[in-house]
Design a protein around this ligand. Sequence first.
Ligand SMILES: *Cc1c(COP(=O)(O)O)cnc(C)c1O
Length: 354
Amino acid sequence: MNKGTTSRVQIDLLSDTATRPSPGMRMAMASAEVGDEQRGEDPTVNALCDRVAELLGKEAAVFLPSCTMCNQISIAVHCHPGDEVIMDALAHPIHFEAGGPSALGGVMIRCVEGLRGIFSADQVQASIRTQDRHAPRSALVWIEQTVNLTGGHCWQLNEIREVLEAARRSNLATHLDGARLFNAVVATNTSASEFSKDFDSVCIDLTKGLGAPVGAVLAGGISFINDAWRLKQRWGGAMRQAGIIAAAGLYALEHNIQQLQQDHENAALFAHIVASHPYVELSEDSVDTNIVILEITHTGFDARLCAQYLMAKYGIRIGTLGPRKIRVVTHLDISNEDTRLAAEAFLEFLSSLE
Ligand SMILES: *Cc1c(COP(=O)(O)O)cnc(C)c1O
């Protein structure tokens, strides 16, 4: 079952989840004050929740093992079984949460087809059901920031505001899946709370660009968080001396947010080096943050072969999205030099195509 190939990986561009805790982060973990988190007695977890609630402009927050659990809990709190959630067709819960919305929340998903994952208020409006005994009840509107599957694209504030207004006009709840919210914060020079404060709930992942080893935080109003806690307990997400991992999250929020700028520069550098190659379909301005997705037009190109070649020859790991697309994700453990090496190795592979 374990598909890991990590022993030979030198430059891991598969995902920003590849980061290892830095020495400073490990020190913070080792010296964390801890208590029983399930009883609300872990001071470090409490400090992390307070910090995130403040950063996101929310009353309260809850620490969870993963952003997937944040998302699933949000759906189950905001919706009744049989309700409908409006989200982009590329959204994370549809593709990577093992069927959770249906298995755990009992909800239906109403997909909208956004542009690079970004949809309009009109599309939301058109997807909201009229009240009718035959139809599911529209309950929740969902935004992902940044949009993972399109290549880390950022919603602008005004785009978010318009969608939230449309949701509110029909009394729908709203959730922001901010797994990479801080990438958008840094890329658009907008504060996290400006993005998040008007949502009913918002979550951030500590294990993506922020570089912590475990954990995510879900924030919202007090009554939402009380309901979320019940599900955390029910689904086995309540922990004990979790301060030891929360300390990594606090450290990340303090030290690793501005660092994301470097990841964005490296992603742009990779795009810049490969974009002019005739087989590469990529406009450099399509790279908003730390994810580069590019399509290769040459008919002899096989993304899997390319990934195998880079791994075998250089220890460079990249992702593939179907037969013609590759995905490169920069993060804390990828230097400028690593980025250059990877881009040049990729060009070398392209030059070997007939
Ligand atoms: C990674 C990711 C998640 C899930 O995060 P985990 O911590 O891996 O469970 C949710 N939403 C988005 C957009 C993500 O990229």
